[in-house]
Design a protein around this ligand. Structure first.
Ligand code: FAD
Length: 354
């Protein structure tokens, strides 16, 4: 069935982020019987034991390499340590990403600088000048629980609820999700849609970086040596606005996004969109903004056909790769589906507020 007919068959509103009726399915383990999996596990084990590099890697994964560990009490102290120690030191927040990569041998810092003892970095506050400031060390669970955000920026709560599992969310921090610069990070598309700013402090002082200019590549940001993210700034939402984040994974929990789409819209009168932001996860080297889709939304009154055109343009803005989790064609198709659903949900919310 062509994609548009399937889209038409979708229920209105959010819908489930899982899309069983759509296109090529990602690989499903229920397709194979238990004998297949037992045999595969045995073959994998034999290969691992016989292959010296794999065996070495497996042994290395079992234990973290020794490292030094410091717990500064102030930001200045932390920055001083990072300046003094250079690239051998890394900041540690929740550790849900960094410690896993250290175990895998992907990164091997010899010094970890734990930021969690620094007072005041885990607060969520309204700024006097407007907007909300979320301290970088705020856990994803605390973001999810913070009631005023549920009113002002519900899309952030939605993204938080889709990250990992309750135990991961209670350790993982917002600053760590941004600082890791993973193209699959769940909080980042929502932050891009909300026009967030990243506050960083380093040896040359404090600066604010628009989130659009923050990511350089997978795992790479514009942060200078010894610069630490201290907060994320959220501007107040415009009147008559709505936003949504939808994620597709291979399963509903504990899986990073095969595709994620965040959409934010504000509408004026006469069915016109006055502002639009769309961001995509897991479909490029960095979290992407779908600027041509935004242009489609701003070009005229919003109706069903413009919504569909914007969803198609969002897929056009994505450049996913094929990997073991999904092929690029499937991802592109899912970007269109999720963009359509996220836009429709954002549009409905925005219109209710008119
Ligand atoms: C089982 C499991 C499931 C997961 N599922 C998801 C998921 O569904 N979605 C998702 O987005 N992520 C997922 N993750 C990844 C991870 O949990 C998140 O990215 C998390 O937000 C990272 O935050 P953290 O505080 O643990 O960062 P850490 O692991 O402490 O740090 C991550 C990186 O950011 C740097 N960093 C941390 N804080 C700062 C700072 N303030 N300033 C500068 N640099 C900093 C560190 O040096 C490190 O390089 C998962 C991880 C696991 C183990």
């Amino acid at each position: 069935m062509p994609l548009h007919d399937r889209l038409r068959a979708d229920p209105p509103g959010f819908g489930s982020p899982n899309i069983p009726e759509c296109g090529v399915r990602p690989y499903s383990i229920v397709d194979k019987g238990p004998a297949y999996w037992i045999l595969l596990a045995l073959i994998t084990r034999v290969i691992t034991l016989l292959h010296p590099t794999l065996l070495k890697r497996e042994r290395a994964m079992k234990r973290l390499k020794p490292f030094e560990y410091l717990e500064p009490n102030t930001l200045e102290e932390a920055i001083g340590i990072l300046v003094g120690e250079g690239p051998r030191a890394l900041p540690l927040a929740g550790g849900t990403d960094l410690l896993v990569r250290m175990k895998q041998g992907v990164v091997s810092p010899s010094l970890l600088v734990n930021l969690k003892r620094i007072a005041g970095l885990d607060r969520i506050e309204r700024s006097a000048a407007g907007g909300t400031t979320i301290g970088a060390l705020t856990s994803i669970a605390a973001v999810e629980r913070y009631e005023p955000l549920r009113q002002s920026h519900p899309v952030l709560i939605q993204a938080a609820g889709l990250l990992g599992s309750p135990s991961i969310r209670s350790l993982a921090t917002l600053g760590g999700n941004v600082g890791r610069a993973s193209p699959a990070a769940d909080m980042v598309p929502a932050l891009i849609a909300l026009k967030a700013g990243i506050v960083a402090q380093g040896p040359s002082g404090k600066r604010e970086i628009p989130i659009d200019a923050f990511f350089k590549g997978p795992g790479s940001t514009v942060l200078g040596p010894a610069e630490i993210i201290t907060a994320i700034l959220l501007p107040d939402p415009a009147p008559a606005s709505g936003a949504a984040y939808l994620k597709l994974g291979r399963r509903e929990g504990m899986d990073c996004a095969l595709v994620g789409v965040a959409a934010a819209l504000s509408c004026g009168g006469d069915e016109r969109v006055v502002d639009a932001r769309l961001a995509i996860a897991s479909c490029g080297p960095v979290p992407l903004r779908a600027e041509s889709a935004e242009a489609v939304l701003l070009a005229g009154p919003l109706d069903e056909s413009r919504l569909r055109e914007a969803a198609r343009a969002t897929a056009g803005n994505s450049c996913p790769i094929t990997d073991m989790r999904a092929c690029s064609d499937y991802r592109k198709e899912m970007v269109e589906v999720l963009a359509y659903r996220a836009l429709r949900a954002a549009w409905q919310t925005a219109r209710r507020a008119l």
